[in-house]
Design a binder for this molecule. Structure first.
Ligand SMILES: Nc1nc2c(c(=O)[nH]1)N[C@H]1C(S)=C(S)[C@@H](COP(=O)(O)O)O[C@H]1N2
Ligand SMILES: [Mo]
Length: 166
């Protein structure tokens, strides 16, 4: 489901050559709250949240074939936001160190998804993700078309609100 509006959004690019090379050595992830306050988020922070595994995930690359099925393990994106921000929010932008990104709407996270919850994954088939695999990767299990939402090398998790205080 892609509307014209979403296609024009740089956080939801329409076509993309996947970058196979990790962008630099700095793997720090910053969590940016609705109020702009920023703090680092580590893999250990994610591991302290309830561990969620989603089986039958595929990475479907237009022109490069499909890989999987994989079981990705990580923290639910909703749990990451809830643990780090008390503000009401409408969407979260997950942006990589190579300038690739995706926007996830609150409605997507609050509605149970039969494919499985959206994760900040740190493991694949029981092994921690290495840097080449993304280290921390956004996994959207319901996306089965071109992997544009499966953001590797997450650098920033930016929560966006509507300006209203809770
Ligand atoms: N950070 C980052 N994530 C990304 C991309 C990218 O270029 N940079 N490409 C996307 C696309 S288009 C594809 S097909 C998959 C490829 O994932 P893979 O390298 O695990 O096969 O990563 C997705 N996530
Ligand atoms: Mo892709």
């Amino acid at each position: 489901m892609t509307s014209a509006h979403e296609t024009a959004d740089p956080l939801r690019p329409h076509s993309h050559e996947p970058n196979p090379v990790p962008p630099g050595d700095d793997a720090t992830i910053q969590f940016v709250g609705v109020d702009g306050r920023t703090h680092p988020l580590t893999v250990a922070d994610l591991q302290r949240l309830p561990e969620v595994s989603v089986a039958n995930c595929y990475i479907v690359s237009t022109g490069h074939g499909t890989s999987g099925p994989f079981t990705f393990t990580g923290a639910a994106l909703l749990a990451v936001i809830s643990a780090n921000s008390l503000d009401t929010w409408t969407e979260v932008e997950v942006v990589s160190a190579d300038g690739f990104g995706n926007r996830v709407y609150a409605a997507e996270l609050f509605k149970p998804d039969p494919a499985g919850p959206i994760l900040l994954a740190y493991a694949l088939d029981g092994q921690l993700l290495n840097r080449a695999q993304g280290l921390v990767r956004l996994i959207v299990p319901s996306e089965r078309d071109d992997a544009l939402r499966q953001v590797k090398w997450v650098r920033e998790v930016r929560v966006v609100g509507d300006g209203k205080r809770p």
